[in-house]
Design a protein around this ligand. Sequence first.
Ligand code: AP5
Length: 208
Amino acid sequence: MNIVLLGPPGSGKGTQAQTLEKGHGWKYIGTGQILRSLLGRKDKMAAEARAYMDRGELVPDELMVKILLRETEEKWGGGLILDGFPRNLAQAQILETMLAKQNLRIDRVLLIELSEEEVVRRLTERTQCNQCGGIYSERLIICPRCGTPVAQRPDDSPDTIRRRLEVYRQQVEPLLDFYARRKILERIDGSGSVQDVANRVEISLKNR
Ligand code: AP5
């Protein structure tokens, strides 16, 4: 099954993606995670992307797609979890074309919904590992999974969170219409524990 996860910053997309990856063995493709992992490698394209990320803006579509294709080698069979891509209508159309070339399509789009108050609370507490992608809901210093130092993300400052939420609100509506018309959009309540949300995700995946 090929799934897209949508939802505001901090709604738990990355967390649920990791659970789905473990539970189903589908390939995880998180564009935010891809970009952050490249920043440590002095990658020219990622350095260009960084200026946008630090401001809470979207990386331009052309640059984002170039990085995505280069990093995933365009081999996408066997089940996919897309987190953070597509993020606007243009990217959704590009994705459809990319998948169609491999006789693939998106089967389900899960929109994880969460109040802005809870989003801000979760993001100000989050630490994340750039090495293995581990996501933590507390201010850790060392990643329990891989032993690398973890940190708060530079884009988790209050001003940048606000900007990311604005960008999300502007971009997501047309995307929701696009997937609702294809009858593959499901809304998931993102409140409660990680397990509560994972249970709702599983129920939603089975209910079709
Ligand atoms: P990206 O990394 O995709 O960021 P985002 O969409 O803003 O989402 P986050 O990663 O902040 O949150 P999340 O929903 O994954 O929540 P998480 O699971 O971490 O993108 C970053 C930037 O890269 C963008 O701003 C843009 O610049 C660029 N970019 C990326 N993709 C792009 C694209 N396609 N086009 C252009 N630019 C692109 O959870 C948050 C916290 O809550 C964690 O601490 C977690 O432990 C905790 N938590 C999770 N679930 C629960 C729960 N149920 N209860 C309590 N705590 C929870």
